[in-house]
Design a protein around this ligand. Structure first.
Ligand SMILES: [Ca+2]
Length: 269
């Protein structure tokens, strides 16, 4: 939350004194009509507002610690460079590749955790203004070997959202250990989905599926505006992740993954 600094308060107090003094001068002048007085007052108020907002910009501290970042949804879109989080040491930042954005991509180079989520965790705080159902997608690549079905997945969880599920047509599944059923085929545990990409083209592409051999799209429900936690944890080594988006189902996938989209505005926790 932004707080006003003593400098801001003293400036505002000073400006209030100025406007009070000027108002007094104006009201004492018998030559001015009341319309002119109001016009002058409005002008002074506008100048003060401008001055205050300039000071606010000046004193606003940029987020210096990546673990305090909050990514702000706007018009139904959340767009985040995956490397914009605090990662444990076995996640490596790689700047190579022509099909990536930002500082590069993150890839897990530690031991594989195929059945055990929660290792090598990274956290993203997401601030939602427009409540609703959002689809999740990330842009990822296979960076080890030449098989599109290995080294192609990472764990994902939204524990404090109102719902987290995957859907293919009329089939809806929930992560295991949430009390909700049915659950997908393949790895799922403690509220985590295994999120994979598939296909023989191993380069970065937008896909986030769960449920083995029956790709279900991944959705999160935020029933109220607020700040929510997205967690990622390591599964396959060699799975490189560049960027992710969450998009309100009122928006299209094409709109969500457009390269021209601005990154979500970052505020501090
Ligand atoms: Ca990136």
């Amino acid at each position: 939350m932004k707080t006003n600094s003593p400098k801001q308060y003293s400036l505002v107090f000073f400006l209030m004194l100025v406007i009070g003094f000027l108002s007094l001068q104006i009201s004492c002048s018998s030559d001015e009509t009341s319309e002119e007085v109001m016009a002058v007052e409005e002008e002074i108020e506008a100048e003060i507002e401008e001055e205050v907002s300039e000071v606010e910009e000046e004193v606003a501290q940029p987020c210096s610690n990546v673990s305090d970042f909050i990514f702000n949804e706007k018009e139904g879109l959340v767009t985040v460079e995956f490397e914009e989080a605090e990662f444990s040491e076995d996640w490596k930042l790689k700047p190579d590749g022509t099909n990536v954005s930002g500082a590069g991509y993150m890839v897990w180079e530690g031991a594989q955790h195929l059945g055990e989520p929660g290792n090598g965790k990274a956290r993203f705080m997401i601030k939602i203004e427009n409540a609703g159902t959002y689809q999740f997608l990330w842009k990822s690549a296979v960076k080890i070997g030449d098989n599109g079905t290995d080294h192609n997945d990472t764990w994902l969880r939204f524990n404090d959202a109102d719902d987290f599920y995957a859907k293919n047509g009329t089939s809806i599944v929930y992560p295991k250990d949430t009390g909700k059923t049915p659950n997908p085929e393949g790895a799922t545990k403690d509220g985590w989905f295994k999120i994979y990409r598939s296909g023989s083209n191993l380069d970065f592409k937008w896909q986030a599926s769960t449920f083995d051999n029956n790709g279900h799209d991944v959705f999160v429900v935020f029933e109220n505006p607020g700040t929510y936690l997205m967690e990622v944890s390591a599964r396959s080594s060699g799975h490189g992740i560049d960027k992710f988006v969450l998009f309100n189902t009122s928006r299209t996938k094409a709109e969500a993954i457009a390269d021209s989209n601005e990154l979500s505005k970052v505020t501090c926790n």
